[in-house]
Design a protein around this ligand. Structure first.
Ligand code: PLP
Length: 421
């Protein structure tokens, strides 16, 4: 292990020498702080509380192990992620299995392992029914994902302007009741939980107020005697860089006050105090990763400056958005820098490979380091194997650093175990 404390030029040169021209740095202590801050915000207001970390947001094994050591559950949405959680050493009873696609085999495994499983569609209900009726010596438990009207102040907050979420059983058209009625008569099966994740643009308190209250109301009406958990899903804001200029960003305490006050008011309606589950992804990891690369060339086309780096938009923005993110700049050149408007562009030969657009600062020079902050959510998992190998990831705990993902080589990129040459 090497000892690195900050982004001084000396340290960056050392890291570059050891790990190559571009790399990620994962701040382990920041992840611990985020987890513990969120946990204490909720658990200080509601007794029975679980964080289920959303694996798909960033499934770097080091991240998953850290969350597991902190006591977090694993929220998975495929068999592959389920198997990954087992490989990390997560107790199957601490796995929450969500998502639209689960095979017969997946459902049987989750039921036998007593994982928390939230059903999303009628085909899963058929599988569960067949399975529990054939295996009637044991009792089984399932939860249902509810789909309900979420309009707030006349506005629909669902991400990307979708009018209706595609997930879960719709309350308004009677499918939720139908799903319940197919399962309630089965002797060796209990419906023990409701799930209500909703991905919104606003990530606002009003969304969580509506989700929590609706899940409590549905539970009171239909499953008050068997309820064990209310799962409000993820979708919380984490640390938001100033450059994004967002207003009304709730803190973990704000979210906890909103959600826990409803849970505390409603818990008397149930036989057992229900467990409150949240499934954060972005909020826990977004600010725990930075991406480092170096300027290769600066050129002018027309009146515009293009700063070419040995990174790509694919390394930092999964949705390839044109919005600028927070960037730091470590100069390696002597002499004056000229202030100006410039773009930072990547190594792919795609026109849209912009890491920064129309940014005003000192115009970088070849050799300077550019550091992109807040790249921990979705960018690592949605970085395609495209044109160039993916960079290594270094983890920093205090001043100690160690490699947790090596730089890919050709045979990792187009693996001869699976590709036929
Ligand atoms: C079911 C479920 N839970 C949790 C999450 C995590 O969301 P976020 O990363 O916004 O917290 C998602 C993301 O889409 C999800 O689909």
């Amino acid at each position: 292990m090497q000892s690195i404390q900050n982004d001084s030029l000396e340290n960056l040169k050392l890291l570059k020498e050891k790990y190559g021209e571009s790399f990620y740095l994962f701040d382990v202590e920041k992840l611990r702080r985020n987890y513990l801050n969120m946990f204490s915000a909720f658990s200080s207001r509601y007794n029975n509380f679980i964080i289920g970390y959303s694996y798909k947001t960033n499934y770097l094994p080091t991240v998953l192990k850290e969350i597991s050591h902190l006591g977090g559950f694993a929220e998975v949405v495929s068999r592959l992620e389920y198997d990954l959680a087992l490989k990390i050493g997560v107790n199957p009873q601490k796995i929450i299995f969500n998502g639209p696609l689960k095979s017969k085999d997946d459902i049987a495994l989750a039921l036998e392992n007593e994982s928390i499983i939230n059903l999303d569609s009628f085909y899963e209900i058929d599988i569960v029914k067949d399975y529990v009726l054939q295996n009637n010596k044991r009792n089984y438990k399932v939860g249902l994902r509810a789909n309900f009207e979420i309009t707030i102040d006349g506005m629909n907050p669902i991400q990307d302007g979708f009018v209706k979420s595609r997930f879960g059983f719709c309350v308004e058209n009677g499918n939720f009741e139908k799903a319940l009625s197919e399962l309630v008569g089965i002797d060796n099966l209990d419906i023990v939980g409701l799930h209500g994740h909703i991905s919104t643009q606003t990530r606002s308190l009003k969304v969580y107020e509506k989700v929590t209250q609706t899940l409590c109301d549905l539970s009171k009406k239909y499953i008050a005697s068997t309820l064990e958990y209310i799962d409000v899903g993820g979708g919380f804001f984490g640390n938001v860089p100033k450059i994004m200029n967002l207003k009304n960003v709730p803190t973990f305490d704000d979210y906890a006050i909103t959600i826990c006050s409803i849970m505390n008011k409603e818990k008397i309606h149930f036989i057992k105090e229900p467990c409150l589950i949240v499934e954060p992804g972005l909020a826990l990891v977004v600010d725990t990763f930075k991406f480092y690369c170096q300027v290769v060339d600066v050129k002018k086309n027309g009146d515009e400056y293009f700063v070419l780096v040995n990174g790509s938009v694919h390394n930092i923005k999964s949705e390839l958005s044109k919005k600028n993110t927070s960037m730091d700049f470590v100069k390696t050149n002597q002499g004056d820098y000229q202030i100006g408007n410039f773009n930072v562009v990547g190594y792919t030969c795609m026109e849209r490979d912009y890491l920064m657009t129309d940014y005003i600062d000192d115009i970088p020079k070849p050799g300077d380091f550019l550091i992109f902050n807040n790249v921990g959510a979705y960018s690592i998992v949605l970085n395609p194997p495209f044109i160039k190998e993916r960079p290594p990831i270094i983890a920093r705990t205090g001043s100690q650093i160690s490699i947790v993902r090596k730089r890919e080589k050709l045979d990792d990129f187009i693996n001869s175990n699976i590709y036929i040459y």
